[in-house]
Ligand binder design. Structure first.
Ligand code: GLN
Ligand code: ZN
Length: 749
């Protein structure tokens, strides 16, 4: 084996998986048809990888929804509430819920934008290989072999599986306590795979890229001693990725696993880690030198020299991707609209497969082919540079420091004159069919600018009128012109490119097309001012301007690698700073900069977090620090667990912060206070993820709880997040109830 990939996109070139799955849900196609499409997609991946020359092609990287969910089904950890359902019905019910049965919780896969379904492990969990000889990895292995392709089945490793699980609600089970019985299921599976003829198996343990306790490392050692000691099994590759392996390396090296996968892109220190334990002379190192998470062409000579350095340290070296390629779009050849200079800098999954093959061949046969490719390509085009932006950033330094909160608070009380418990929303209003169609028609040239403008203005009129009638205090324009909070801005900034077909799975049938941030970022002109000022012209109440923050812009894009992320963030921040200045000059006195991804980019290892938060906070302050004291800066974040970023929220120095809180009973308000946060706070008082309209008493109770911790002048009343996925009927009812609750509490102050 000289080259491999750890995984590959499974959604199909034309998003076939999404189409088929949704058609199946809608009853338009049968289960047989869905499974036939799935089989075709698997075959396409295997054929592609084999034809590219990849030595050992992975299998079981396909999933109808999510690989963690597949594992849950495989080891029979299906929670009791789904047991009445069968087969695919049970499977999709766990993903999406069914009549009266809530789905499994969904959360982010490490620091990526992929989301998995969280296993629930409880006292009643009894692991077993549910389908025995017909377990999914075995069937897919046999399916590929039938097609003449020998594959390496890929499994979520047992330690990572349990570390990603949560205790079944209402129980105190620690999932890790169930490691031994789970490992027995893997043992049975490995024996059966060997019986089916599998030469290799890949166990993914990305959990090792985060800090792990002594107990967890001991568990790791126990699991792989057991699996490594099986008399009959395929060779084992333990794949780690998303960072450095750290203290897990000696633990794995002490077991009998044949190969260890190391990520040399996110974890450059891995080379030193291998050297420091005296190398791995009798093992194979699967060297993740081709980035599985970004879209740039690999510097093949640099990748080759990493592999060459490893040759002296390991028994064998295999060129590979840093992680599964499922995090990048499928094929650059499907992108027709890209600028040629940019295109020559890019590689998507299909091209990255060629890269690992080239590196693998160079390792065994010499580097001529790589040199030839470099000569053929010529020098790569340099990223777009804008010296004015660089000079302005140098001159600005950290930007202006705003005066103390107390000073601003007083200035804003005079300029805005808001009541205590001011009511507002997070920005978007329901996106109607009419709005979506208008955007699509405008984009396709079926309606002209004037017609588009008219439809959007009518929508803004409607949203402003609704908010007036409901009696909200700070209004929004509703964001009808935005398809997506990152893409909208990326399309209006130089230095970003959009793809036509660059889909990446975010979860299940939801795919996203992250913009590509490829050069210095500049703002050719105002991006939001037109809509916000139009909305403001329709009301005497303040209208809140609405922008996406620098960290979120980076988190949901592919970012350049030729300069530190911090430098890129400052460029985006400068563009936002200019936008904010324009909004302010146009008379907008309240401006919200959303940072829902602040926590998402938090490094997996604690030691790296302070440096990240430092630049993330710096970028936000650079964006927002140029305003008058009378201008009120809001920010918004939406996730349940703030933990490590509480201190950073204070450091952002916004005047008002709105956060998701309804489902956690406002606990966050006290947490923020304890972390020293002294600004205005808008803990979401109802959950916008469900159409449920809460009774007024429920919201009133939440507001009163929050009032135990913050004074009324600093407490805001708002929903948990934007309303764009909701319908108008429930939105109006919920907002009326919310305002009613705020008024009741206000009256009793
Ligand atoms: N302003 C955005 C909206 O209301 C915020 C979305 C988000 O936090 N994810 O849709
Ligand atoms: Zn939100």
């Amino acid at each position: 084996m000289t080259s491999t990939v750890l995984g590959y996109p499974r959604i199909g070139a034309q998003r076939e998986l999404k189409r088929a799955t949704e058609a199946y849900w809608a009853g338009r196609i049968s289960e047989t048809e869905l499974l036939r499409t799935a089989g075709t997609l698997r075959r396409e991946v295997w054929d592609t990888l084999r034809d590219a020359g990849v030595d050992l092609v992975p299998s079981n990287t396909f999933s109808l929804y999510d690989q963690v969910l597949d594992t849950t089904v495989m080891v029979d950890a299906v929670p009791a509430r789904f047991r009445g359902l069968r087969g695919l019905d049970a499977y999709f019910a766990m993903a999406r819920g069914a009549e009266g049965v809530p789905p499994l919780e969904m959360t982010k896969w490490f620091d990526t934008n992929y989301h998995y379904l969280v296993p629930e492990i409880g006292p009643r969990t009894r692991f077993r290989l549910a389908d025995g000889a017909r377990a999914k990895p075995i069937l897919e292995y046999l399916e590929a072999r039938e097609l003449g392709i020998e594959t390496r089945p890929v499994l979520v490793g047992p330690l990572t599986y349990l570390l990603l699980a949560k205790p079944e609600p209402g129980t105190a089970t620690d999932p890790l306590d169930l490691l031994d019985p789970l490992v027995e299921v893997y043992a049975e599976l490995l024996e059966r795979l060997a019986g089916a003829g599998a030469q290799w198996v890949q166990l993914d343990e990305p959990a090792l890229a985060a800090d792990r306790s002594e107990r967890e490392l001991t568990a790791l050692g126990r699991a792989y001693h057991r699996l490594g000691g099986l008399p009959s099994r395929p060779k084992i590759l333990v794949a780690t990725y998303f960072g450095e392996i750290g203290r897990a390396l000696p633990v794995l090296a002490a077991t009998r696993v044949e190969a260890i996968g190391l990520d040399f892109v996110a974890g450059p220190g891995n080379l030193q880690a291998v050297a420091s334990i005296g190398g791995l002379p009798r093992r194979t190192v699967v060297a993740g030198v081709v980035d599985g998470r970004n879209v740039w062409r690999t510097d093949l000579s640099a990748a080759l020299s990493t592999c060459a350095a490893l040759l002296g340290l390991a028994g064998e070296v295999v060129a590979s991707t840093s992680c599964s390629l499922m995090h990048v779009p499928l094929d650059l050849d499907a992108e027709t609209g890209l600028d040629d200079g940019l295109r020559r800098r890019l590689a998507f999954a299909r091209q990255k497969a060629d890269e690992v093959v080239a590196i693998g061949r160079a390792l065994t046969r010499g580097s001529e082919a790589i040199a030839a490719r470099a000569a053929e390509d010529g020098p790569a085009a340099a990223p777009r540079a804008d010296y004015r932006v660089r000079a302005r950033l140098d001159a600005l330094g950290d930007g202006t420091v705003r005066p103390d909160r107390a000073v601003r608070f007083a200035a804003q009380r005079r300029s805005l004159n808001l009541p205590p418990l001011a009511t507002t929303t997070i920005g978007s209003f329901p996106q109607t069919e009419r709005v979506r169609r208008a955007r699509a028609d405008h984009r396709a040239g079926r309606i002209d600018d004037a017609a588009y403008e008219q439809i959007m203005r009518a929508e803004i009129d409607k949203v402003i009128d609704l908010q007036e009638r409901i009696g909200l205090d700070v209004l929004v324009h509703g964001e009808p012109e935005r398809n997506d909070m990152v893409q909208y801005f990326a399309e209006r900034l130089d230095g970003f490119a959009a793809t036509r077909n660059g889909w990446v799975q975010s979860y299940g049938t939801r795919y996203v097309r992250p913009p590509i941030l490829h050069g210095d970022v500049t703002r050719p002109g105002p991006m939001t001012v037109r809509w916000t000022t139009y909305a403001q012209s329709r009301t005497r109440k303040p209208v809140k301007g609405m922008l996406t923050g620098p960290v979120t812009m980076l988190a949901w894009s592919f970012v350049r690698e030729d300069q530190p992320l911090a430098a890129t963030a400052r460029q985006v921040a400068l563009a936002l700073r200019d936008e904010i200045r324009d909004l302010e000059a146009a008379g907008i006195g309240v401006i919200q900069v959303d940072e829902p991804a602040l926590r998402e980019l938090l490094p997996l290892r604690r030691a790296d977090r302070a440096a990240y938060l430092d630049w993330a906070v710096g970028a936000f302050r650079l964006a927002t620090g140029g305003v008058a004291d009378t201008t009120q800066i809001h920010t918004h974040m939406c996730y349940a667990e703030f933990g490590e970023v509480l201190g950073a929220i204070e450091a952002l120095d916004a005047d008002v912060t709105s956060v998701e809180a309804a489902r956690s009973h406002m606990e966050l308000v006290a947490d923020l206070r304890d972390a020293g946060y002294a600004g205005g706070i808008g803990p979401g008082v109802y959950d916008i993820h469900s159409p449920r309209v809460p009774p007024v008493e429920e919201i009133e109770d939440l507001v009163r709880r929050a009032l135990r911790v913050v004074p009324p002048g600093r407490l805001w009343v708002n929903p948990d997040c934007g309303l764009k996925t909701r319908g108008y009927a429930e939105t109006e009812a919920a907002l009326r109830t919310m305002v009613d609750a705020a008024h009741r509490v206000r009256a009793s102050l």
